[in-house]
Design a protein around this ligand. Sequence first.
Ligand SMILES: [Zn+2]
Length: 275
Amino acid sequence: MTQVSDVIAALDERYPPRLAEDWDRNGLVVGRPDAAVERILLAVDPVMAVVDEAVDQDCDLIFTHHPLLLRGVHTVRADSSKGAVVHELIERGIALFNAHTNADAAAGGVADALAADLGVVDTVPLVPDSVDPSLGIGRVGRLAQPMTLHQFVERAADALPPTAHGVRVAGDLTGRIETVAVLGGSGDSFLEAVRAVHADVYVTADLRHHPASDAREQALLGDGRPYLVDVAHSASEWSWLRGAARYLEEALGVSTHVSTLTTDPWTARFGATGS
Ligand SMILES: [Zn+2]
């Protein structure tokens, strides 16, 4: 019988906790380590809709990317949003485990999956791990065939899960691109690293006005690169879950379900121009 502790051991092996950022929180959030696990739901966000999906799917454990409790907590009362999730999980007998920045950095994790989805090959970490430089934050590589920014953005829109956010782009759509940097999740603190590796385009999420504007102004002093491609946060961190599901099935003999719920907070978009 597979237990929660077996799932923890398997996931810690694939997404080593030591790769996590200091501020991060990972591991078992809710659950008894000796509880039985037959079916695992994989999702980006530990929100109530995902818990409901786990109940519908008859899952014993939810494996998410984002932590439920990242910051200090002094109550889990059931009329708070996070407390409601904790109560529902306990009452339903469902465990919750997450792997966040360690899954970003690990081989076969968030960044590798995003790069693969976008057809980026020969990748190396954008910011290498200090201990094992073959791992690290983000990836940078090249397209097997150079293409225009327009073609690349269409590829990204096709490859990633559909969201209300869609795919935003900054740059000359006719510009040729070959070198691509990717980073799942909020990526505007890595714009300098992208510039340093001379990427033609940077694909990430949550690019705020000022960092993006500053990066574009700096790029326009040169040839306009790196162009920026801003995708939905959840879309940038979804596809690695398929590889994680395969791994869990093979390592533990459990069954899995990869959530296709869109857990981006945004539900609609109006008035966009330029597409
Ligand atoms: Zn994220």
